[in-house]
Design a protein around this ligand. Sequence first.
Ligand code: 5GP
Ligand code: MN
Length: 317
Amino acid sequence: MNIIEELKGCNVVGITGHVRPDGDCTSSTLALYNYIRLNLPEVDVNVYLEQPGVEFSYLKGFNDIKNIPEDKIFDLFFVLDCSSSDRIEPFISCFNNAKKTICIDHHVSNNQFAQQNLVKPEASSTCEVLYETFDEDKIDKNIAECIYTGIIHDTGVFKYSCTSLKTMTIAGKMMAMGIDYSDIIDNSFYKKTYIQNQILGRALLESVLFYDGKCIFSNVTKEEMDFYGVTGKELGGIIEQLRLTEGVEVAILMYDCGENEHKVSMRSKKFIDVSKIAVAFGGGGHVRAAGFTARGTIYDLINKIGEMIEEQYERNN
Ligand code: 5GP
Ligand code: MN
């Protein structure tokens, strides 16, 4: 797919990603936005996202992000880093009003919901898939910053198994464009506020090991989030620290996101396919990183997840 080709004859273009946008989602939508603005300045291009974290505010176009849908008729509407149409609320009306829709993604669980779907589950990130739809000579430093940011976020700074030669080659090309990669990694990925460190400490302190130490679980309650004054967006990094625990194969982090409703994040190291578990609960993701939202008690949820992990172990042995 070539983006410039796809945009032929299009005057009004919309771009969105998934709910609770993360690094790859925010960066890929802004990369595409900046690419269109740079190369097709006559096109009316708009990015719609739930407000991303401030750690991404250095990305060009961040202040142009619209949080509320508009009733424009889009000639072309892009959905990036999103596996199913129920994950683009509240912008589903924009998608439904579009004459043509394209989804660019890398989730195994993608259900091909757009008219055209470019889905590469083997790719590290949506930024990696998107980059290949760009003409190399039509990319500037701002776009390079976006692509690089998406890649580092979805590869955990080049360490997850989704990192390939292609990933590193693209990242290298972005570095060669003069981006401040050290700052990007420190400020958008590793930096934590004092409060974020406190809640990280608390989540680690209250974590529990189960299934012979192969699983670790922690939960952040609504009361704790209110006490520290944080939202789900600020809990990034906790799940990764849990995953790094010696002997652990699966890490599970939950936080309250409504009355009796929980957001569940899962990460695995080598054996367990957490995307299968997430899909069974109506969510999705990747083999080593997946999530879902569910109602019920924490106790019931963790028991069910535990059973599914055990089943996978039994089947593999
Ligand atoms: P996280 O645990 O960081 O929220 O998400 C890890 C991965 O799972 C991401 O790729 C994310 O898109 C996917 N994911 C998380 N929650 C959900 C969900 O509720 N539904 C779907 N389809 N995917 C999810
Ligand atoms: Mn992604």
